[in-house]
Design a protein around this ligand. Structure first.
Ligand code: ADP
Ligand code: MG
Length: 299
């Protein structure tokens, strides 16, 4: 196991931020740690990276105990904190070289991580001049410097615009081919886009832990589509397996299908046959969305 969490509890004074949390993550898995704000995601990640000590329980990373072997744990883990502190006045390459020295990593690793995170064209710029998406790449490059086996990324896409979001997700996915990744998010679609497995946490307790493949059995889906012109809802209702069609704003429609088969191609064909252009098209897995709402809203 890359990460093994056993009965971790964390108290901040009297407040219980984590209550008897256990889960394990296999080598090579990309796991989404999903939960609303205040659920305990960052607290768990800080314990796994040894920045915080648990009040009770034990966790191991790469076989090393977080309570006792913090140096070995830190060597095994690349950590992107939630509010990643960067020196805005430093140049990208200078910042990474500076950290390479601190971590006692070979200088040649700086070029490796710059290439790995797609920063080559920005490496000569000051961090303060970069877009938020590129700053996140610098944070990721920094987390990769010592070529750790496990990556722990705390809300790596929060605050990014849609294009940056897609780019960073792609980057995380490609890093996940070689590494074990635990990433936190409060966005369900993110988990669907990147992860093999989802762990949902609410109020300090794990409420779901499942491979995504199991969630996608017998599910329904919503395809959200924006056309360049008005469409009669009744025309969309004639598509195969449609349950409901909603015009949510302007020329944006939500089409609810009763099938797990990806229906985006059908919607595309419909647009083509009707002489319409598609401006946006995405698909949502309603099971995960429903589950998340069910599991994390107060009753
Ligand atoms: P998440 O990352 O899921 O938003 P956190 O782990 O940051 O959640 O926080 C979990 C709970 O612990 C929240 O109620 C938060 O207010 C509380 N908390 C987090 N850090 C501290 C701290 N340093 N001192 C006291 N309470 C904290
Ligand atoms: Mg957090």
């Amino acid at each position: 196991m890359s990460i093994e969490v056993s009965n971790i509890t964390k108290l901040y004074d009297a407040q219980k931020a984590l209550n008897n949390v256990s889960f394990s993550i296999k080598k090579g898995e990309i796991v989404g740690f999903l939960g609303p704000n205040g659920a305990g995601k960052s607290t768990m990640m800080k314990i796994l990276t040894t920045y915080l000590q648990a009040s009770d329980g034990e966790a191991t990373v790469n076989g090393f105990k977080v309570s006792e072997e913090n140096k070995s744990v830190q060597k095994s883990v690349g950590y992107l904190p939630e509010h990643n502190p960067l020196y805005l006045d430093m140049y990208v390459r200078e910042y990474l070289s500076f950290n390479a020295e601190i971590y006692k990593v070979k200088k040649s690793e700086v070029d490796t991580v710059i290439a790995q995170t797609g920063l080559t064209s920005e490496a000569h710029k000051k961090i303060g001049q970069l877009s938020k998406g590129y700053r996140q790449r610098v944070g990721l490059a920094n987390a990769l410097l010592h070529q750790p086996e496990v990556l722990i990324l705390d809300e790596p896409t929060t605050g990014l615009d849609p294009n940056q979001l897609i780019e960073i997700r792609e980057l995380i996915k490609s890093l996940g081919k070689e590494k074990t990744v635990l990433l936190s998010t409060h966005i369900m679609q993110e988990v669907e886009a990147i992860c093999d497995r989802v762990i949902i946490i609410n109020k300090g307790e794990i409420v779901l832990d499942k491979p995504l493949a199991e969630l996608s059995e017998n599910k329904q889906q919503i395809v959200e589509v924006e056309f360049d012109y008005r469409v009669e809802e009744i025309a969309l209702q004639r598509l195969d397996k449609v349950i409901e069609v909603k015009n949510i704003k302007g020329f944006v429609y939500q089409i609810h299908f009763d099938t797990s088969k990806d229906m985006r191609a059908k919607v595309f064909d419909f647009a083509h046959d009707s002489g319409l252009k598609i401006l946006q098209l995405h698909q949502k897995n309603t099971t995960l969305e429903k589950l998340f709402i069910e599991l994390t809203t107060q009753k």
